[in-house]
Design a protein around this ligand. Structure first.
Ligand code: DI6
Ligand code: FE
Length: 397
């Protein structure tokens, strides 16, 4: 298939825009991309009507599989109760843990599919999904199984992370040590053995796990050969980022309170900073991540929905892109890089996120004149079609 008459944002360097471009797809991969005038001959041409082509979008941080709802906490927070207060009173993550443990696996899958469909309607072709609402062995494994299974029902690649160190489960309230032992010596090895996790994540925060506790989890992951990533410096600066850098983490996520030392550490380790403006917005946070320092240090910046029932019930990467611009001061170009090239990097995937020869043919076609048009509106979806592995899986071209 030779796609012609399109405006291609290849994302190889900035937008990497090619006007009046053509893209040749063969065997699910991009075989050639360049100006139409130079396109290889002998192929059936598909006219794209001058539309914008981008790589398929990548949501590199979600908690999309969970049971129950936290709408009541949203209402509570609007009366002035804080996220941390709700967590301390047994709500927050713990409330979703109760609902997730009580849910049948089929119901977890059904509710997750609806959320996934919202993301797919905006051109997402790869998504990361974390566990972390089961906390016991059985439910964590069940969450990861459901996450993997979603790829059988929808045209999407699912990457999973084991987030056992998300919160201390109520049955271990008086025994943090025993819970960490369970995570490191029982659940994580079981998850790894069943091939259910592509990476290991943790929540390093005052209301969650300390740097020393996170280190234990990372040591266990390393022993099993699994890459790590970290929820770090979201509500305070504990220094989790430096630990993550020491372990060569794929990404550090949130990072509102990241300091210069932390920026320097991830610049040296090649770790991606994943910004999550949805949580910042919902929690009405005041401290934005140090975007200028990240740019200056050359740290790749990704952005993600953080789709979760508590701090970020955000089901849209287009909205996330807009929020990253308005709330964090990213340029629309950085926002689009953040859900394509840099999001792929945050997942350790080198075969996607750009329109370039050899890359996976995961593409999104938009009724937009310029790539900057994607981050500009709120609540407007210009998606026309999605190609995944070289096949049109949504819309018509
Ligand atoms: N940070 C987050 O943004 C989510 N988890 C985390 O560690 C929030 C999870 C929740 O509130 O349910
Ligand atoms: Fe998160």
């Amino acid at each position: 298939m030779l796609l012609t008459n399109l405006n291609a944002a290849t994302m190889r360097d900035g937008y990497g825009l090619i006007a009046d471009a053509a893209v040749l797809i063969a065997d699910g991969r991009i075989a050639w991309v360049g100006p139409r005038a130079g396109a290889p001959g002998g192929h059936e041409a598909v006219d794209c009507g001058g539309r914008l082509l981008t790589p398929g979008l990548i949501d590199c941080h979600t908690h999309l599989v969970y049971g129950g709802s936290r709408a009541h906490e949203f209402e509570q927070r609007l009366t002035g109760v804080s996220y941390a207060e709700i967590a301390k009173a047994g709500g927050g993550i713990a409330s979703t843990v109760r609902a997730t443990r009580a849910a049948a696996e089929a119901d977890l899958a059904a509710s997750a599919l609806k959320r996934l469909d919202s993301l797919l309607a905006e051109g997402v072709t790869t998504i990361e999904i974390k566990s972390g609402y089961g906390l016991d062995r059985e439910t964590e494994i069940s969450m990861l199984r459901v996450a993997r299974e979603l790829a059988q029902w929808r045209p999407v690649d699912v990457v999973t992370s084991y987030l056992g160190a998300h919160a201390l489960p109520p049955e271990f309230k008086e025994n943090r040590e025993a819970y960490l032992a369970l995570v490191c010596t029982e659940v994580l090895p079981a998850v790894a053995e069943q091939g259910l996790a592509d990476a290991v994540d943790a929540f390093c925060e005052g209301i969650a796990f300390s740097v020393a506790e996170t280190r234990r989890v990372f040591e266990a992951a390393k022993a099993l050969g699994l890459p790590v990533k970290l929820h770090a410096e979201q509500l305070s600066n504990l220094g989790g980022t430096k630990l993550a850098a020491e372990f060569g983490a794929l990404s550090v996520d949130h990072v509102e309170y990241l300091d210069q030392e932390g920026v320097d550490a991830i610049a040296a380790s090649g770790t991606v900073a994943v910004l999550l403006p949805g949580a910042f917005y919902y929690l009405k946070e005041k401290q934005a991540p140090p975007v200028a320092a990240l740019r200056k240090a050359g740290v790749p910046i990704a952005i993600a929905s953080d789709l979760n029932p508590g701090s970020s019930p955000v089901h849209s990467l287009l909205v996330t892109m807009n929020m990253a611009c308005v709330l964090f001061g990213l340029t629309p170009e950085e926002a689009l890089s953040g859900v394509t090239r840099n999001a792929a990097r945050a997942l350790g995937l080198e075969d996607r996120g750009m329109i370039a020869a050899g890359q996976k043919a995961d593409l999104a076609l938009w009724d937009a004149e310029r790539p900057g048009d994607l981050a500009y509106p709120l609540g407007f979806n210009p998606l026309v079609a999605v190609i995944r592995n070289g096949e049109v899986v949504r819309g018509i071209i």
